[in-house]
Design a protein around this ligand. Sequence first.
Ligand code: EPU
Length: 417
Amino acid sequence: MKVLNVTGNQKLTGSIRISGAKNSAVALIPATLLANGVTTLCNVPDISDIDVLEKTLEYLNVSVKRASGSLLIDTKNLENKAIPEELSNKLRASYYFMAVLLARFKHVEMYFPGGCQIGSRPIDQTLKAFKLLGATIEENGCLFVIDAKVLKGAKIPLDMPSVGATINSIIVASLAKGKTIITNAAREPEIVDLVDMLNKMGAKIEGAGTNSITITGVESLNGTNHDIIPDRIEAGTYTIIGALLGDYLKVDNIIPEHIKSVTDKLEEMGANLDIHSDYLIIDSQNKLKKVDIETHVYPGFPTDLQQPFTTLLTRASGESHITENIYENRFMNVPYLNKMGANISQNGKTITISGPTKLKGTKVSATDLRAGASLLIAALAAEGDTEIENIEHILRGYEQIVEKLTNVGAKIEIKEI
Ligand code: EPU
């Protein structure tokens, strides 16, 4: 088993470069299969979720060449096969293949997707969109068999602005006949990134980044070259670390607008933050005050940074409240933070963090990706040594996290025990 050992309370100085966005990459890689040809994706993060997608592409007989941050994907021999459950249940994004194979072959067989266990995570909105676009769906246990004689543009009113359902609807509608209008669409930057790539491939999509997206289907798409946007959740995570431990820490290669909800909260807390066009500098010398946070869809405060932010709030003076509106099971970091010395209580979907409290090193376990990030931040800020188990969760989403933190002065290493 791999564990992460951290000796806490080291000041961090220097620069951390943010990698390509995980949640863009995991949509863009399957979406390249919409084209018949070669696509080069740049700024692809080197994380284990991408390894799983690469294996899935190879299983579908797609050629993938990986070279320093880029993926060259050649779809000319793409085959339509049911992706084995042990691959599809590794990550939520595997169901983007469902949409792509349906769009290309009008028939797909796929198992229920996996992903972090942070709530029920149904896929009803994706299935509703597929049906509106003309598909029939048969469920055999966890296996979905989806067919369409013809895929036709439709009005798709989503019941909630789901990121995954918006992406799946865009993918299928891109090759469907006629016009599709998705209303109550998700507005996340990763959706805009996907649409930018698809439009370069020849798709006709308007309105990405708003809650109404119009897609005029085309006959076929071509390969292209595309740079993935920087990861706003990784940027937010290192900015939070900087607020706790930064000695003028630079968080480089960011799109400040994408993390505005987070930097606004940091400023409200009194953090010393200097934001430039594509980087920010954060320093930990200011005393931090309590804030209240509610997670919402973009451009609201992201659920993916709620757990990392909880760790920061243990060091703020006063009673902070966090309400988690997206997932019902995203407080699994809390018992471990309390074990480290935090004072956090939970009442339904709201937690109260009473601070400031000192954190001390101990043994903890990452239950999911962002809970893992929360505990890693706590370990970096704590007095003494912390051992984090189940770090596979963290490695799913943060590229070269040990190297990036070591380079700015953290004492952190992965050990095999
Ligand atoms: N929902 C439904 N039905 C659906 C789809 C969603 O009820 O058919 C509900 C979900 O249960 C949840 C909410 O709607 O309560 C939001 O789900 P959404 O579909 O927007 O999320 P997702 O596409 O499954 C992506 C990210 C998550 C991120 C969420 C919200 C990827 C691969 N995953 O998930 O990222 O938390 O959007 O922003 O893009 C992470 O990176 O740690 C992570 C979990």
